[in-house]
Structure formats: structure tokens, C-alpha cells
Design a protein around this ligand. Structure first.
Ligand SMILES: NC(=O)c1ccc[n+]([C@@H]2O[C@H](COP(=O)([O-])OP(=O)(O)OC[C@H]3O[C@@H](n4cnc5c(N)ncnc54)[C@H](OP(=O)(O)O)[C@@H]3O)[C@@H](O)[C@H]2O)c1
Length: 131
């Protein structure tokens, strides 16, 4: 494989910035997996050589399956672009806590969970396991 050709996973590829970025990276010759929950919204990305992948970043099993799918096909994952997310705005007295928690699940813990899956273990990781 050309060393400059990266295997890339970009989340939130079914619309907006993620979709356009996935297309641009595929046009540069990279192997691009475009992920989101709505597989139907990803299908037409195949015309741009983006590989559609179903993924809910809030779901641990879904995250594992997505990464395993890529590793089984390519043996590597060079770049993760944590783009999936959304804004939820309002005064604190107006935003239901369930909605606030949901946003953290997507924008924060989804990012952290996926990042942990693709990064190699850090040398100091055991110090957390001891607590
Ligand atoms: N546009 C802006 O001006 C702006 C400004 C600041 C920050 N941002 C951030 O930049 C990113 C992209 O913005 P955008 O405007 O392009 O957003 P967008 O068009 O609304 O797209 C959001 C993407 O995130 C995906 N997504 C949402 N929840 C998900 C979940 N649980 N699992 C997997 N995928 C999920 C959606 O796909 P599915 O619904 O199919 O899952 C969709 O593809 C977002 O994180 C946004 O918060 C955008």
C-alpha cells in the first residue's frame, strides 16, 4: 500500500461537514470509511468511493463492530475523525437533563469510547486499573 494512502474513519458522514470531508479525502486517494447511524443516507457516498459503515457512537457494541469491520478489511486504521455530534442550546432552566446527558453521550463519551478503541494502550494505563 502507498504509505501516503491512509485508512480513515470519519464519523457523522451522513451529512454536513462529515459528508463533504469524507468525499474530499476519498478524492485524495485515501481509503475512507464514512460512518453514521442512518445507513440509507450513506449509500450514495459509494459513488465517491467512500465506504459506508453503520455506527452509533453512543453504543459500545456498535463502536466495536465498526472498528472490527475496518481492521478485518484493511488490518489498520491510521486516522480517526471524530466529527459526529450536534449542538443543543438553551437556558439551563429550559434544557431537560435527559437531553443534556444525551448530548454528552454523543459529543463527549462517544468520542472518548471510539478513540480508546483505536489508540494503542498507553504505557501508564495500568495506574488507572489499580484504583
Ligand atoms: N456546522 C457548524 O456550524 C458547526 C459548528 C460547531 C461545531 N460543529 C460540529 O461539527 C460536527 C459536524 O457538524 P455538521 O453541521 O456537519 O452536523 P450535521 O450535518 O448535523 O451532521 C451530524 C452528523 O453526526 C451524525 N451523528 C449524530 N449522532 C450520532 C450518533 N449517535 N452516532 C453516529 N453518528 C451520529 C449524524 O448522522 P446520523 O444522524 O445518520 O447518525 C450526522 O452525519 C458536529 O459534531 C457539530 O456539532 C458544527
Amino acid at each position: 500500500m502507498n504509505e501516503k494512502k491512509k485508512v480513515i474513519l470519519i464519523t457523522g458522514a451522513s451529512s454536513g461537514i462529515g459528508r463533504q470531508t469524507a468525499i474530499a479525502l476519498a478524492q485524495q486517494g485515501h481509503i475512507v470509511y464514512g460512518a453514521a447511524r442512518r445507513l440509507d443516507k450513506l449509500q450514495d457516498l459509494e459513488a465517491f468511493h467512500v465506504l459506508p459503515l453503520q455506527l452509533d457512537v453512543t453504543d459500545e457494541e456498535s463502536r466495536k463492530t465498526a472498528v472490527q469491520t475496518i481492521m478485518a478489511a484493511t488490518g489498520r486504521l491510521d486516522v480517526l475523525i471524530n466529527n459526529a455530534g450536534y449542538g443543543s442550546y438553551g437556558a439551563i432552566e429550559d434544557v431537560p437533563l435527559e437531553e443534556a446527558k444525551r448530548q454528552f453521550e454523543v459529543n463527549l463519551f462517544g468520542v472518548a469510547g471510539l478513540t480508546q478503541l483505536v489508540l494503542p494502550p498507553h504505557a501508564t494505563a495500568t495506574r488507572w486499573n489499580n484504583h
